[in-house]
Design a protein around this ligand. Structure first.
Ligand SMILES: [Zn+2]
Length: 126
């Protein structure tokens, strides 16, 4: 969720520098024009229509690190469930417009994530 999300997380920066080192060029925090809406993705390959989101483990409910604070657990459960719903909707909207969506957890190894993205780019239709 953009409003509460730290701009330029360490995970995102690490992934960007790996992609860059692989010779890949992309846009950062780019609004994708689809059906009047412009969902912003963290890393966007415009020509290949590939949108990459780097999801924070807490805000997006990572299955490994998505533990909730004990206090106000109902509040957090609902809030994170909403974020996850929004993520899924956003991915579905982009896919419906011919975009490929890759979601990366902030805990993922940036080298492996970059290799995955490069693989997807190789196989994505142009
Ligand atoms: Zn995680």
């Amino acid at each position: 969720m953009r409003a509460i999300r730290r701009r330029d997380s360490g995970a995102e920066r690490a992934l960007r520098s790996k992609l860059h080192a692989m010779g890949l060029r992309f846009r950062v925090d780019y609004p994708i024009p689809i059906h009047g809406r412009k969902p912003r993705a963290d890393i966007v390959f415009t020509r290949r229509r590939l949108a990459v989101f780097v999801d924070g483990c807490f805000w997006h409910g990572c299955p490994i690190h998505g533990g909730r604070p004990k206090r106000n657990s109902i509040y957090w459960d609902a809030k994170i469930a909403r974020n996850r719903e929004r993520d899924a909707e956003q991915s579905a909207r982009l896919a419906a417009s011919g975009w490929t969506v890759v979601r990366v957890w902030e805990h993922e190894d940036p080298t492996i994530a970059a290799q995955h993205i490069s693989h997807v780019l190789t196989n994505a239709r142009t």
